[in-house]
Design a protein around this ligand. Structure first.
Ligand code: CP3
Length: 354
């Protein structure tokens, strides 16, 4: 029996799950990357009491933040409150979220020996707080709202491990892959095994779909993506539990879309640097997620509505569109604009059931 057939009908037939399978929906489902975050007053109040890592590691609080965002916004899916970098701790990396500099890895990878020291992760044990948060969230969410689990894709995680934090040019990452290709591939293979196992553990704990975040992969040339990344992203995706849709997301990927499609995924996430209709025309029979520029949400309400209309026009009623931003919500975004966006998407996309 597949995973899907065991899901309650309310979840199985939800607009988001239907769109992941490219089935028709009565309106276009919408959720937003970073829908729970600093732009929300309730989140800032929570963060005044606990650090970001503590929040991620306290299942009751992570579940509260996840569900709170869904209820305030009226979105069609929840995403578990966590971070792509959490898996790096049990792998052996020293992770810190600093207030000023963003994420820091205090023991960045330099040599083959550094990579050999890294651990396989037993997610049920080392990331049990994520699984508990998923179970608590699933129990608290409305029965028709799917919960999305997620993991960082091998390239994006490797870049943090090698650079020691965020980067602009990815010089050290590229130097690593060009000068120590065998070590690079060993690192990527380990990240792929860990990510697949982590995603499947999240699905078993109660996530109905999973998103693979390859946020920074757009910094690579197509040839380098094919050689150094594609086999490993594909390995993650082919190893996921059948029946659990995979959303495969990246930014700056205009030159890589066909290759990302080749790597796999039921839905390909695109950012705002590509036209949605152009992306879909190139990708063919696959779902598309995106792709409003998050900066539009700091503009005025009628303008937001106009931009929603434009994206829906490009999607042209095709089955398999999941409305989202091209990247995460910006911290200065007014919550009322996000709520209005969700309403606009629902209202402007409503169609008769066929
Ligand atoms: O989308 C959601 O609401 C779920 C939660 C979520 C977070 N991070 C919470 C978070 C998800 C899905 C992520 C994924 C993530 N984390 C990515 C991929 C998505 C993307 O944005 O491209 C990346 C690259 C990270 C790494 C990361 N985590 C960075 C670079 C930062 C610092 C930048 C920032 O926005 O503060 C974080 C911290 C982080 N992750 C915060 C949140 C809500 C802010 C923490 C805080 O100060 O409260």
């Amino acid at each position: 029996m597949s995973m899907t057939s065991r899901l309650p009908a309310a979840l199985l037939d939800s607009p988001f799950m239907r769109a992941c399978r490219r089935e028709p929906t009565t309106y276009t489902p919408v959720w937003l990357m970073r829908q729970a975050g600093r732009y929300m007053e309730s989140y800032r109040r929570m963060r005044a009491r606990v650090s970001f890592l503590e929040l991620c590691k306290t299942p009751a609080l992570a579940a509260e933040v996840t569900v709170d965002a869904v209820e305030r916004l009226g979105v069609d899916a929840a995403i578990i409150f966590a971070d792509i970098l959490l898996i790096l701790e049990p792998m052996g990396m020293q992770l810190e979220f600093s207030a000023g500099d963003g994420p820091l890895l205090h023991n960045p990878l330099r040599t083959a020996a550094d990579v050999e020291r890294l651990q396989e992760v037993d997610a049920a044990e080392s990331l049990s707080f994520v699984m508990q948060a998923i179970r608590a969230t699933r129990a608290a969410l409305a029965p028709n709202v799917p919960l999305i689990g997620f993991a960082g894709a091998p390239f994006t995680l490797a870049s943090y491990m090698i650079e020691g934090g965020s980067s602009r040019q990815y010089t050290r990452t590229k130097q690593f892959m060009y000068t120590q290709p065998q070590v690079w591939h060993a690192l990527m293979a380990l990240l792929a095994r860990n990510a697949a196992h982590y995603l499947n553990t999240q699905a078993a704990a109660g996530a109905q779909a999973v998103q693979l975040f390859d946020s920074w992969v757009g910094n690579l040339s197509p040839a380098d993506y094919r050689t150094f990344v594609l086999p490993h992203s594909r390995e993650v995706i082919v190893s996921t539990t059948p029946g659990v849709p995979v959303l495969h997301f990246g930014t700056g990927t205009n030159a890589l879309l066909e290759l990302m499609r080749e790597a796999g995924g039921d839905v390909i996430g695109v950012d705002f640097r590509v036209e949605l209709d152009n992306a879909w025309q190139r990708l063919g029979d696959v779902g598309i997620q995106g792709n409003l520029d998050p900066a539009v949400l700091v503009a005025e309400r009628p303008y937001i509505r106009q931009r929603v209309r434009e994206i829906l026009r490009q999607a042209d009623g095709r089955s398999g569109h999941v409305f989202n931003l091209g990247h995460g919500i910006l911290p200065t975004t007014p919550v009322d604009n996000v709520r209005a966006l969700v309403d606009d998407v629902h209202e402007l996309s409503t169609r008769e059931p066929s």
